[in-house]
Write a new protein. Structure first.
Ligand code: NAD
Length: 297
């Protein structure tokens, strides 16, 4: 049993904290929103009065926050003051690579072990404990973080040094974001050319056009019954979150002088869908933007 502090128990953090408790750990949680914190207490967490209170006395810390600015803020205002030597810090938020590296460098200078450990798997994976963790940090930090992350996920992969987890996460989501748009364009054209979408799916899902975007989140309702397209694009992976990850990838590409013309265009399309009010819809709703039928409902 490890005493774990947990800061940020929102859509993802709640299920993750619940799985730490199920695995026998003691979790002291904090969130800015008191109703959100109530839910964490209901699954067995101890209520902390502040982020510092969640860190104080803990042997490990998990943070699951919206962006790099929030992460910087929490570490500067609470963690550095209350963390004690030997503690392992795990930031599971999706943030920019540079902030991840900066925060880990500060932790290292204070003799603290820290990893960036963003996740894939969404809220379903968070509550069922089947997330994939992409971890950046030293071997020593990874060794300490791995057993705790394993209680929340099905795979914990050491991607490399500080920031490597964030790099893997945004590069993976570049592929996801772009293949969804290519898949949506292909379905729109197939339908216009008179193909039955189910027949096109049966062919392409077994041909070289196959991808996760097609076989798990098919943007046309029907072929994949569990895909968000069957529920008017509710649930799934919100367009606003896809846009956030695509923007992080473009920022990193620009800083690294890497050309990404396809994902630059994909970012603009997710921005357009968000501007029309589609930020809360699953990102496969991009098919409705492309065929001109998107309605904000
Ligand atoms: P969320 O907004 O539901 O949760 C974040 C929580 O952090 C909120 O409850 C908020 O009140 C809290 N918070 C913000 N600032 C704080 C502070 N200073 N102190 C304490 N609490 C603070 O977001 P989420 O969907 O849980 O996502 C969390 C992270 O996980 C994001 O970085 C997101 O990109 C990433 N992620 C989300 C998903 C998903 O499907 N939701 C999937 C993969 C990765």
């Amino acid at each position: 049993m490890t005493n774990i502090g947990f800061v940020g128990v929102g859509n993802m953090g709640l299920g993750m904290a619940a799985n730490l408790i199920k695995a026998g750990h003691a979790v002291t949680a904090y969130d800015l929103m008191s109703e959100t914190l109530d839910k964490a207490v209901a699954v067995g967490c101890t209520r902390a009065a502040s982020a510092g209170d969640a860190v104080d006395g803990s042997d490990a810390l998990v943070t699951m926050l919206p962006s790099g600015l929030h992460v910087k803020d929490v570490y500067e205002k609470a963690v550095w003051e209350w963390a004690r030597p030997g503690m392992v810090l795990m930031d599971c938020s999706t943030i920019d690579v540079q902030t991840a590296r900066d925060v880990i460098a500060t932790a290292t200078s204070k003799q603290l072990l820290m990893v960036d450990a963003p996740v894939s798997g969404g809220t379903g994976g968070a509550s069922s404990g089947t997330l994939t963790f992409m971890v950046g940090g030293s071997d020593a930090a990874f060794a300490k973080a791995q057993p705790i992350l394993s209680a929340m996920g099905k795979a914990v992969i050491h991607a490399g040094g500080a920031g490597a987890g964030q790099a893997a996460k945004i590069c993976n989501n570049m592929i996801l974001g772009a293949t969804m748009i290519a898949t949506a364009e292909a379905f729109n054209l197939a339908i216009k050319l008179g193909l039955d979408p189910q027949v096109f799916y049966d062919i392409s899902s077994k041909s070289s056009g196959q991808s996760w975007s097609m076989t798990t989140y098919c943007p046309v309702a029907g072929p994949v019954p569990a895909a968000p397209s069957n529920a008017d694009y509710a649930g799934g992976f919100a367009t606003a979150l896809m846009l956030k990850d695509m923007k992080l990838s473009q920022e990193a590409a620009s800083k690294s002088n890497v050309s990404t013309p396809i994902t630059a265009q994909a970012t603009a399309l997710y921005q357009a869908l968000t501007n029309l009010g589609g930020g809360g819809k699953d990102f496969s709703a991009i098919i409705k933007l492309l065929d001109g039928s998107f309605k904000n409902s």
